[in-house]
Design a protein around this ligand. Sequence first.
Ligand SMILES: Nc1nc2c(ncn2[C@@H]2O[C@H](COP(=O)(O)OP(=O)(O)OP(=O)(O)O)[C@@H](O)[C@H]2O)c(=O)[nH]1
Ligand SMILES: [Mg+2]
Length: 219
Amino acid sequence: MERSICKIIVMGEEKVGKTSLLNLYVKNQTLSKMYKQTVGAEFLSSVKSVSGLKLTAQLWDIAGRQTFRQITFTNLYKGADALVLVFDLTDLKSFENLDGWLEEFKLSVCTQYIKNDLGDSRFVRLPMMLIGNKCDLVDKRVVTREAVEQWCQSKSKLSIEYFEMSAMFRETVTGPFDSYLLPAIVEYQNRHHQLEELPQSPRLRSIPSAKDNKKGQIY
Ligand SMILES: Nc1nc2c(ncn2[C@@H]2O[C@H](COP(=O)(O)OP(=O)(O)OP(=O)(O)O)[C@@H](O)[C@H]2O)c(=O)[nH]1
Ligand SMILES: [Mg+2]
């Protein structure tokens, strides 16, 4: 089976549940009530079969607290194949700050391609997933679906899909990741290859399978 790698950046305010969601998705870890802040960025890896491809998803869990992000993670965002934005349905501020996160990410994606003017078009086509987390806390919910839909409408040029999740219920998490995000990434990578006729970019190159007796290169 052909292999490929993708890089997914996961962002959002502190305490919205980014680490909890990723631990559940990748490690099937049940929700811990104890909060342990992410410092800097953490990395998780998951291998899935998508459209006949063995896809290694590199998931980058970015600290929500500004002081824990070393001034800028511009280099870390480079080469991203997808963006996952997370907010907490019970925390209005985490929803209102989505624009700031999107801007931080956009600046980095657009400037890296500034030389050949690809920045904006790449950003517009990049698969993005917006997650309203903690949907189990029905009584504490303060962000309405209408407000989220309005926000998505204001970004209608972008490829954003919205899902509500709970880090307590695995199926709310695996469904959108496996059925929407990963297939969208494979399509995005294929499209880039065709539309931009880039020379075989190392990030898009298939990794030789184990039987080729070679080591796969990531970057
Ligand atoms: N009820 C409920 N609690 C959740 C959910 N997801 C996370 N939590 C709780 O919210 C708190 C913060 O979760 P984290 O996953 O650490 O949040 P984070 O976004 O990684 O935070 P930073 O690392 O600071 O950016 C923890 O106490 C979790 O137990 C959820 O879906 N439902
Ligand atoms: Mg965290």
